[in-house]
Design a protein around this ligand. Structure first.
Ligand SMILES: Nc1ncnc2c1ncn2[C@@H]1O[C@H](COP(=O)(O)OP(=O)(O)OP(=O)(O)O)[C@@H](O)[C@H]1O
Ligand SMILES: [Mg+2]
Length: 323
C-alpha cells in the first residue's frame, strides 16, 4: 500500500508543484492521476520513487517511510515508465528490456528469454522488433517497450507517467485494453498519470483529479467522479459528455431488468452477463432487432434489459450518495 500524507513540493525557484497531498493507493489497485498540464502529476510520481524529495509530508510504501529507505533498493521494487519513454537509443529493443533483468544479476540467456516474454506480453513480436533500435519503432511501439521494461523486474509497484501519451486514439484504446488485461493477471499496485479524463475513467479503479497548483480536487471511483463531481473544476474537467461516460462505469442492476415472460428465447440471441457495464449492454441493444438484450448470470437467464432499464439504472446510480 502507498500512502502520501500532507505531501508538498516547492521547487527551489518557489514554484509550488504539489500542495498538501493526502492519497492512499491500496495493494493491487490502479490509481490514475489526472489534471491539466503543470498541475504536479509527474512531480507526485517522482516523489514516490524518490527521484524528487518532497519538501513536506511523508510517503510510505507498505508502512515504510520511503525517505528513509535506500533509493536504489527502493527503485528496484518500483517499475517506472517515464513521460518521455526513455529508451536507450543505441541499444536494440531486446537489449533495452534486458537491462533490467541483467541489473538483477540474471544471466544473459535468462534476461533475453525474459525480454522476449515481456515483448510478447505487450504485443510486440520479438522476432520482428527485437533487433531494431528505438528510432525504428513508432511512438506507440516505443511506449510498449517502455512498459515491458518497467515490468521486467516484476515489481509490486508500477509508476507510469503518460504511458500511452504518444499514440493516436485507436491505438491508445488498444494499449489501454492490453494493459488492463495484463493488470487483471498481474495485480500490480499502479499509479498512472494522464491528462486524458477518458483514459482516467477507463483505466482507474480510483482517479485523483488534480487542479493547477498541485491541489487534489477529488479522489474517488470513476462512477463517483462522474456522478458527483466535488466542485466546478472537476465538473468542467469531466466535461459535458459525462452522462455517456457514466455508461462505461455503471454496471447492470438486476432490479431494473424486466421478466423474460413473453420474450421468446429466440429474441435473446444477444445476451450479456449481469456483470457487464451499461455501455456493453447498450451496444448489444443497439445491435439487436428487438431493441432489448438478455441478461444472464453465468448460464442462467435473469431477465431482459431495455433502454428504459438503462435510463433507470443511470438515474439510480446518480441518486446513490458517493461512498
Ligand atoms: N525542476 C523544476 N524546477 C522548478 N519548477 C519545476 C521543476 N519541475 C517542474 N516544475 C514545475 O512544477 C509544476 C508541476 O510540474 P509537473 O511536471 O509535476 O507537472 P505535470 O502535471 O506532470 O504536467 P504535464 O501534464 O505537462 O506533464 C509545473 O509548474 C512545472 O513548471
Ligand atoms: Mg508530467
Amino acid at each position: 500500500m502507498i500512502r502520501l500524507s500532507g505531501v508538498g513540493k516547492t521547487y527551489d525557484d518557489g514554484t509550488v508543484a504539489v500542495h498538501e497531498l493526502d492519497l492512499e493507493v491500496a495493494e493491487g489497485e490502479l490509481v490514475v492521476l489526472v489534471g491539466p498540464s503543470g498541475c504536479g502529476k509527474s512531480t507526485t510520481l517522482k516523489m514516490i520513487n524518490r527521484l524528487i524529495e518532497p519538501t513536506t509530508g511523508a510517503i510510505e510504501i507498505d508502512g515504510a517511510d520511503v525517505t528513509r529507505s535506500d533509493p536504489v533498493k527502493l527503485r528496484r521494487g518500483i517499475g517506472y515508465v517515464i513521460q518521455q519513454i526513455g529508451l536507450f537509443p543505441h541499444q536494440t529493443i531486446v537489449a533495452n528490456v534486458m537491462t533490467v533483468p541483467l541489473l538483477y544479476g540474471e544471466s544473459r540467456s535468462v534476461a533475453r528469454q525474459r525480454a522476449h516474454e515481456l515483448l510478447d506480453l505487450v504485443g510486440l513480436d520479438p522476432a520482428t522488433y527485437g533487433d531494431r533500435y528505438p528510432h525504428q519503432l513508432s511512438g506507440g511501439q516505443q511506449q510498449r517497450v517502455g512498459v515491458a521494461r518497467a515490468l521486467a523486474a516484476n515489481p509490486p509497484v508500477l509508476l507510469m507517467d503518460e504511458p500511452f501519451g504518444a499514440v493516436d486514439p485507436v491505438v491508445r484504446i488498444r494499449l489501454q485494453d492490453e494493459f488492463l488485461r495484463l493488470q487483471s493477471e498481474l495485480a500490480k499496485t499502479v499509479v498512472m498519470v494522464t491528462h486524458d479524463i477518458d483514459e482516467a475513467v477507463r483505466m482507474g479503479d480510483r482517479v485523483a483529479v488534480f487542479a493547477t497548483g498541485g491541489r487534489l480536487a477529488q479522489y474517488g471511483t470513476p462512477a463517483e467522479l462522474l456522478g458527483h463531481p466535488a466542485d466546478e473544476f472537476v465538473e468542467d474537467f469531466v466535461g459535458a459528455t459525462k452522462g455517456l461516460r457514466r455508461l462505461t462505469v455503471t454496471q447492470i442492476d438486476p432490479s431494473h431488468l424486466e421478466s423474460i415472460d413473453g420474450v421468446s428465447t429466440g429474441d435473446l440471441a444477444d445476451t450479456v452477463d449481469v456483470t457487464a457495464t451499461l455501455e456493453e449492454a447498450l451496444t448489444m441493444i443497439l445491435r439487436s432487432d428487438k431493441g432489448v438484450v438478455g441478461v444472464r448470470d453465468g448460464a442462467q437467464f435473469v431477465g431482459v434489459l431495455t433502454p428504459n432499464g438503462i435510463h433507470k439504472a443511470l438515474r439510480a446510480s446518480l441518486a446513490e450518495p458517493a461512498a
